[in-house]
Design a protein around this ligand. Structure first.
Ligand code: ADP
Ligand code: ZN
Ligand code: ZN
Length: 731
């Protein structure tokens, strides 16, 4: 008896555990990696993606269960995506099963076949009139169908209208070789003719030097001040890539405020692009993914996870605002979309284009070390340069709802001159502190180590970390003092104050509390677009990439929080925010002005930010980081645990520490902790962290590769979770 070929295969299942699962697959199945199956799992079923046919299974053969039906006709992940997923799982130490499913739209996480996105059409084949005539008596139903098909292809719906029992007849005709089906081919979409602005000399110069370098892998940083025409360069390169018959992934940090960008892309590329972001329904996102995969759409424009769009001939990845923290996924699978994009481009041997007015420290360091190409744009094609930052001293003079008298004067002047004003305040709600002046009681969250924010519009105190809500007490719960006060200013209070002060001027507030829908956001942006005087207030949602030429004044209400933050990245983030917010002003035919309020106008960082440019300031920050041995001069891997009690979280990390401590190679690294996390209690759980700091990637890699299998096996106490965070953003 010949030994039957092994029908075993390893499958990825979306579970937060470090293993894959072996199943037996039906004889005759092509066993193609990247295909989904319905798998029996425990007492239910799960979707699994086939990884390797015929693995050397270590599982007892009697325990291996047969896989359920195959869900796809052809793989949903191609070889390249599978390789990228394996790299991501290995680099970020994340479970492969979760990573594999991260690469797939949610619609394909279900144990079902994908929705029929294309239409089958049956046609006559074989050119055999005699055979058809022969059917006339023998099989009138088949004959009738052939006659109908003689005048053109028909879809299932057409056939059903002809004969409700068409299926069996068509099957028979297929077997006879008289009829066959094919997918309806999507019509190719024409690129519209468009008239781009004549490029500036700087823009042309950059395109000229980029051109010859785009033949293969390379990282290109477009380091251009705000409004210098970076997007124009992306659009040019995208066009060239499409003209070469290739596809493009174009990532932006947030889609909410990018309607302008979408319009620009539509103008240039008609319907050749797909949009993908978390605001779309599951089926819209699936359709976008699928159309891009089939090449029916040539550009995928979207947020972080659009990086995992699949296609046959990717030719370019563009990452706008590469410094933006939203490229980092901080829950579930932890990864940085910019870094994964660079890896993906390297695997495909294609260029990746990063753009920013405020490049991250990592990117600047990599440019210097790894010979990434840098291109500077230091002029705006419009009339005025971005405004320099000016400090406003908050220690003297009157302040109303957070705004200094001197700033009001400037706001008045800009409005009178017909300008629009942008006020940046990264704090939602009415007031961030609610307390009793008599005994010092403060409103705090029942589940987190955090204060509750007063939201007057809903009459509650809310926790911004867990959503806990409490009513505003009538008297101090601790001493009975009837006079509870609030301190500090949030966007809600700012809006209220401005509405009272400027009754004739539209006050447009943009933050998570008021922008429940895209429509709400659109109506506000519509107002901005009119160019009429108005005041735009908002959180970080408004600091990013948009281009409203009527804005002439940008104000940052509170830079001080960041000055004293414990996060080592806080100065870098503050520099980015200030330059980005300032850069919203003066993009049209009037010069801009940018004001920053502070109680510490002498602080060296603030002084540097107003006196020097972004590059200089970040150069100093890089120097400091090098002295301290912090990223990007070191690699940080953080183990984080959470549990109902702090002891349990610390104990879990202590076990991880012990494994690491006895791993060869650990001598070259620094272990810090375990210790309680900065916000120790969050959403009712206690959190702790263990930090592994390495001077270089290779040494870190080696230790983790040795230690992870044992760490992964660690059976933590019940209800204790741990995760690992490679290239963690904070210490
Ligand atoms: P960035 O991406 O650097 O912020 P954009 O490409 O959005 O810059 O350009 C800023 C503004 O200048 C946009 O309104 C854009 O249409 C305009 N612009 C860009 N390049 C040119 C050019 N060569 N000539 C005229 N206007 C331009
Ligand atoms: Zn009190
Ligand atoms: Zn809370």
């Amino acid at each position: 008896m010949p030994v039957p070929p092994s029908r075993l295969a390893a499958f990825a299942i979306a579970l937060p555990i470090y293993r894959v699962f072996d199943y037996e697959v039906e004889a005759g199945d092509p066993l193609r990696p990247g295909t989904r199956y319905r798998l029996p799992f425990g007492s239910g079923t799960r979707t699994g993606v086939l990884l390797d046919p015929a693995p050397d299974s270590e599982v007892d053969p009697d325990k291996i269960r047969p896989a359920g039906p195959r869900l796809d006709d052809r793989p949903v992940l191609d070889e390249h995506m599978l390789a990228l997923a394996r790299w991501l799982a290995e680099y970020y130490l994340q479970p492969l099963g979760e990573v594999i499913f991260l690469c797939l739209p949610l619609r394909l996480h279900r144990t079902e076949s994908p929705p029929a996105d294309r239409v089958k059409r049956w046609r006559l084949v074989g050119e055999d009139p005699a055979a058809i005539e022969a059917l006339a008596r023998r099989s009138p139903r088949q004959y009738e169908i052939c006659c109908a098909l003689a005048s053109g292809g028909m879809t299932a719906a057409d056939l059903k209208a002809l004969n409700p029992n068409w299926h069996a007849a068509v099957r028979a005709l297929e077997r006879r070789g008289l009829v066959a089906w094919a997918w309806d081919e999507p019509g190719t979409i024409e690129l519209p003719a468009f008239s781009a602005p004549t490029l500036s000399a700087q823009q042309t110069g950059i395109l000229d030097s980029l051109g010859p370098r785009l033949g293969g892998f390379g990282v290109h940083l477009l380091d251009g001040i705000t409004g210098s025409g970076k997007t124009e360069i992306y659009l040019h390169l995208i066009r060239e890539t499409l003209d070469a018959g290739q596809q493009v992934i174009y990532l932006v940090p947030e889609i909410g405020l990018t309607d302008q960008l979408i319009e620009r892309v539509r103008e240039r590329f008609g319907d050749c692009f797909e949009l993908s972001h978390s605001g779309l329904t599951e089926s819209r996102r699936y359709r976008a993914w699928d159309r891009f995969r089939r090449g029916e759409r040539r550009i995928m424009l979207g947020t972080r996870s659009s990086l995992f769009a699949q296609c046959n001939n990717l030719g370019l990845i563009v990452i706008d605002e590469e410094h933006d923290s939203s490229y980092r996924q901080e829950d579930g699978v932890r990864y940085h979309a910019r870094d994964v994009a660079i890896k993906r481009a390297q695997m495909l041997d294609i260029p990746v284009l990063l753009g920013s007015a405020t490049p991250s420290t990592e990117t600047l360091r990599n440019c210097a070390r790894d010979n990434w190409y840098t291109y500077r744009l230091d002029q705006r094609p419009t009339r005025y340069p971005p405004p320099a930052l000016q400090l406003v001293d908050l220690r003297h003079g009157r302040i109303d709802f957070g705004i200094a008298g001197a700033v009001f004067e400037r706001i008045d002047t800009h409005l009178e001159q017909g300008g629009q004003v942008l006020i940046y305040l990264n704090r939602r709600g009415f007031a961030p502190v609610v307390m009793c002046h008599e005994c010092g009681w403060q409103a705090v969250c029942a589940n987190c180590d955090s204060r509750l924010t007063l939201h007057q519009s809903v009459g509650s105190l809310l926790c911004h970390h867990c959503g806990y809500a409490d009513r505003v007490p009538e008297a101090c719960p601790q001493c009975g003092n009837p006079e509870i006060r609030h301190y500090g200013v949030g966007t809600e209070q700012l809006e209220q104050g401005l509405v009272e002060r400027y009754p004739q001027i539209p006050i447009l507030r943009i933050d998570r509390d008021v922008i429940a829908s895209r429509e709400a956001l659109q109506s506000r942006l519509e107002q901005l677009r009119t160019g009429d005087p108005c005041i735009l207030i908002g959180t970080q949602m408004i600091a990013k990439g948009h281009d409203y030429p009527a804005i002439t004044l940008s104000v940052v209400l509170d830079a001080d929080q960041a000055l004293f933050s414990a996060a080592y990245r806080a100065p870098e983030r503050l520099a980015q925010t200030l330059f980005q917010v300032a850069g919203r002003a003066g993009r049209g035919d009037r010069p801009g002005e940018a004001l920053v309020q502070s109680r510490f106008p002498g602080h060296p960082l603030l002084r540097a930010l107003v006196e020097r440019d972004y590059r200089d300031v970040v150069g100093d920050l890089l120097h400091e980081r090098e002295q301290l041995g912090f990223p990007p001069y070191a690699r940080v891997t953080m183990f984080r645990a959470d549990a109902p009690a702090l002891d349990a979280a610390l104990a879990c990390l202590q076990s991880i520490r012990e494994i690491l401590a006895r791993t060869p190679g650990i001598e070259a690294l620094t272990l810090i902790g375990p210790m309680p996390a900065l916000m120790t209690r969050r959403i009712g759980r206690y959190r702790a962290q263990l930090c592994l700091l390495a001077p270089a990637y290779a040494s870190l890699r080696e230790v983790l590769a040795r230690a992870m299998p044992e760490i992964a096996e660690l059976s933590a106490a019940r209800d204790t979770n741990w995760i690992v965070d490679v290239d963690a953003q904070d210490l």
